[in-house]
Ligand binder design. Structure first.
Ligand SMILES: Nc1nc2c(c(=O)[nH]1)N[C@H]1C(S)=C(S)[C@@H](COP(=O)(O)OP(=O)(O)OC[C@H]3O[C@@H](n4cnc5c(=O)[nH]c(N)nc54)[C@H](O)[C@@H]3O)O[C@H]1N2
Ligand SMILES: Nc1nc2c(c(=O)[nH]1)N[C@H]1C(S)=C(S)[C@@H](COP(=O)(O)OP(=O)(O)OC[C@H]3O[C@@H](n4cnc5c(=O)[nH]c(N)nc54)[C@H](O)[C@@H]3O)O[C@H]1N2
Ligand code: SF4
Ligand SMILES: [Mo]
Length: 694
């Protein structure tokens, strides 16, 4: 007979790249296996709710597909032919490869490349310590936040906003360009509280009738890339119909009179012609929020993944200022609170070793970098070695054909440290097996809420899996690099970082499970001023100033002086009659969970949504195999007919692995890697394309 199963509930945090950063309780079975995962009921933001894919996380941790041994390539690049080698030999070979690249072209020929596969500060950002210690090329991170943050900062001056728990005090909740039901489910907990307690309507602004819009009371279906127009049309009505809070603006904004004059021509009819929302609906929405100054704008990332995304984000952030919403409980906006934590990351990142003379390469332009485009290399040597943690660029980066060409270079040495076999690890020369979050220590900080949470090591990893920190320490030893951060364990780095940041100790955090760092209400509401020396919100942003000295981004001098529709999106044309967005899928998280059977089964297969009236003349029926194409390449998937989107728009939900598509080309084959002003970024939802039945 089997021994009785021991089960302990342990506190941790969700490590994924999701604004919710849920406080979790994980069942640990017999001290070594993960059981069910729950949301902590007593965490004020998580409130006992987590998404389905993380509730079944045991499927990911104890997945037979997981990488548990180091792999050395034996066949041609990308063939998937590898042989297992010992982990010590693998680290030796990794270090040798990096040293060989450095010997050929200098230290900048090595590019440590990472993103947010784990959001733990130690395991995510520690790679920068090795980078700075060695003088390797820097990374300018643009793939997710560059467009939206540039727009938010241009107005508010600081990357902070409301405490999301305040939503329950709102009279109206506006979910703008975020599919919250799918991408950050906890937003809905707090929005529904407002609806129940105060009768607050939930408004959704999106490009299709997604899971969030289906729960909304008011639906504004915009044409992709036109949110700036909608925001201006709404502000026009607020001024015109007496809903603008002139006293608030006089105290808190730079030039309300200038804004009003600028908006005079931005009528609802003007906006409607651009964004497709009927003028009457624009007026009705303006009156709805005009009579409810306690309006909470939960502003997402999606609508800013457009070439005019920074301008659109800024325009949307002007709304709560014109309304004077910020003055009231439950009124104002939240895009991210990541600017409020004030971390001291010297121990993790070795920032004192940073040489400002070292070039910084644009993460989103990895294709151009690897294929040797001179501007992308910023005049420096070619990249001859890549060391990758926490990201899957061969799947997720834009302009995929160029990315693949770069990775296929015979003179490029690529080490990928991964949990599973991804499109990127498949094309590597050397693959190192990585731990998952319950197998290493780390500390997490929320973007969409206010907590710091501890994620302690709860079980032993399988096989030869090493944490990111352990791999970095192993490489540092072999490369002869010294820094105190390489001499201590991850838990010590968490402790040092908490202490240096004035957030107590790791022991205290472990006992408390989380630390609520919510700002005082006056700061969260910018009652003590916006993040500029004069404390005034900028209706008239200084785009060129924001871009000065930054490595990425196009020409900011042509950007509009006021909130507006900026006509730089990739418009449809005769050869590419559709606008395509690549919105996230519920059961995947970026490229993660595409390896778990349940998520795969629920998402079924790569699919594109098309309006029946667009499909009919093209002879496309529900379920048909189709090809999407533009100048960057072509992608094969299956059509699904839907009346929940505008004519002329296509929606391809999710980033499937490239190999899930009929000819191995993933959705990012169609996306562009040009760097939009002011600071660069990837316009993942700003694509024109043609569609045909196969
Ligand atoms: N078409 C299209 N493309 C997009 C987007 C889109 O909307 N449409 N979204 C973009 C956005 S917003 C983002 S943020 C990017 C994200 O794209 P990615 O950075 O690829 O995102 P993830 O899937 O979160 O994580 C990548 C990998 O990190 C690995 N990982 C997780 N934890 C660890 C760890 O502790 N150690 C190591 N070594 N590896 C770990 C996971 O196994 C996973 O394969 O994709 C972008 N690409
Ligand atoms: N299940 C799941 N959760 C995730 C992710 C995932 O891939 N899957 N990704 C994670 C990551 S890294 C991030 S950054 C966040 C992002 O989460 P969000 O802030 O929600 O941003 P996006 O996921 O890019 O897109 C959100 C919505 O914007 C819509 N959209 C696209 N273009 C436009 C437009 O021009 N105007 C308007 N109004 N809407 C538009 C899309 O259709 C989509 O429904 O989610 C995180 N959470
Ligand atoms: S909602 Fe986001 S933070 Fe919460 S468990 Fe799911 S992926 Fe993690
Ligand atoms: Mo992201």
């Amino acid at each position: 007979m089997n021994a009785p199963l021991t089960s302990l509930r342990r506190a941790t945090a969700c490590p994924h790249d999701c604004p919710s950063t849920c406080a979790l309780e994980v069942e640990i079975l017999e001290g070594r296996r993960m059981g069910r995962v729950y949301g902590a009921a007593d965490n004020g933001y998580t409130a006992g709710v987590i998404c389905a894919k993380v509730a079944r996380y045991a499927e990911r941790v104890h997945n037979p597909e997981r990488l548990t041994r180091a792999l050395l390539r034996t066949g041609p690049k990308g063939s998937g032919q590898f042989r297992e080698i010992g982990i010590a030999e693998a680290l030796d070979r990794a270090a040798e490869g990096l040293m060989a690249a450095e010997a050929r072209h200098g230290s900048e020929a090595v590019w440590p490349y990472y993103y947010a596969g784990t959001m733990g500060l130690v395991q995510r950002d520690g790679i920068n310590r090795l980078r700075h210690a060695k003088g390797y090329s820097d990374q300018y991170s643009t793939i997710c936040t560059a467009l939206s943050w540039a727009g938010y900062r241009a107005g508010a001056g600081r990357m902070t906003g409301l405490d999301p728990r305040e939503m329950e005090q709102a009279d109206c909740v506006v979910l703008w360009g975020t599919n919250a039901v799918v991408t950050q489910v906890n937003v809905m907990t707090h929005a529904v509280r407002a609806r129940k307690a105060r009768g607050a309507p939930i408004v959704a602004v999106d490009v299709y009738d997604n899971a969030t819009m289906r729960q909304a009371d008011v639906k504004l279906l915009v044409r992709p890339g036109t949110d700036g127009a909608l925001a201006c049309g709404v502000m026009h009505v607020l001024f015109r119909d007496g809903f603008a809070d002139r006293a608030y603006m006089a105290a808190y904004a730079d030039d309300p009179a200038g804004l009003e004059a600028h908006l005079a021509s931005r009528t609802p009819e003007w906006a409607s012609a651009l964004c497709g929302v009927p003028a009457a609906d624009i007026v009705a929405f303006a009156h709805l929020i005009g009579t409810r100054p306690r309006s909470f704008f939960r502003i997402g990332y999606g609508f800013a993944r457009q070439r005019n995304g920074a301008v659109a984000m800024h325009a949307v952030t002007c709304l709560p200022v014109v309304l004077g919403a910020w003055q009231h409980p439950g009124g104002g906006a939240l895009h991210t609170n990541s600017g409020m934590f004030g971390w001291d990351k010297r121990a993790i990142e070795g920032l004192e070793l940073r040489d400002p003379g070292i070039r910084s390469l644009d993460q989103s332009r990895i294709g151009a970098v690897l294929t040797g485009e001179a501007a992308a290399l910023r005049g420096g040597p070619p990249v001859a070695a890549l060391f990758i943690q926490n990201t899957n660029p061969v799947s997720v980066a834009p302009d995929q054909e160029t990315v693949k060409r770069g990775f296929a270079r015979e003179d490029l040495f690529t080490v990928v440290h991964e949990q599973v076999m991804t499109d990127t690890s498949r094309i590597a020369d050397l693959v190192l097996p990585a731990t998952m979050f319950v197998e290493h220590d780390d500390v997490y900080q929320a973007g969409g809420q206010t907590h710091i949470l501890l994620g302690p090591k709860l079980i032993e990893p399988p096989g030869d899996c090493l944490s990111n920190h352990e791999v970095l320490c192993g490489l540092a030893r072999r490369l002869g690099v010294e820094h105190p951060g390489f001499a201590v364990g991850a838990r010590d780095l968490v402790d040092q970082t908490l202490q240096a940041s004035g957030r107590g100790t790791v022991a205290a955090l472990e006992a408390a499970r989380w630390l609520d760092c919510a700002q005082p209400a006056d700061a969260a509401h910018f009652r003590d001023g916006f993040g500029w020396p004069d404390g005034r919100f900028r209706f008239r942003p200084d785009w060129a100033g924001a871009a000065a000295g930054m490595p990425g981004g196009g020409d900011a001098s042509a950007m509009p002086a006021w909130p507006d529709h900026w006509a730089v999106i990739e418009e449809a044309d005769a050869a590419h009659p559709f606008r395509l967005t690549t919105s996230p899928a519920r059961n995947f998280l970026n490229s993660s969970f595409t390896e778990t059977g349940t998520s795969l089964a629920k998402e079924e297969r790569p699919t594109v949504l098309i309006h029946p009236d667009d499909a009919a003349p093209l002879g496309i029926a529900d379920g048909d195999a189709v090809e999407l194409a533009n100048a960057r390449g072509a992608v094969r998937l299956h059509a699904r007919l839907s009346e929940g989107l505008r004519r002329g728009v296509l929606i391809a939900e999710s980033i499937w692995p490239n190999r899930a598509h009929a000819d191995g080309r993933g959705i990012n084959t169609l996306t562009g890697a040009d760097a939009p002003p002011p600071l660069g970024g990837a316009a993942f939802h700003d694509i024109h394309a043609a569609i045909r039945r196969l």
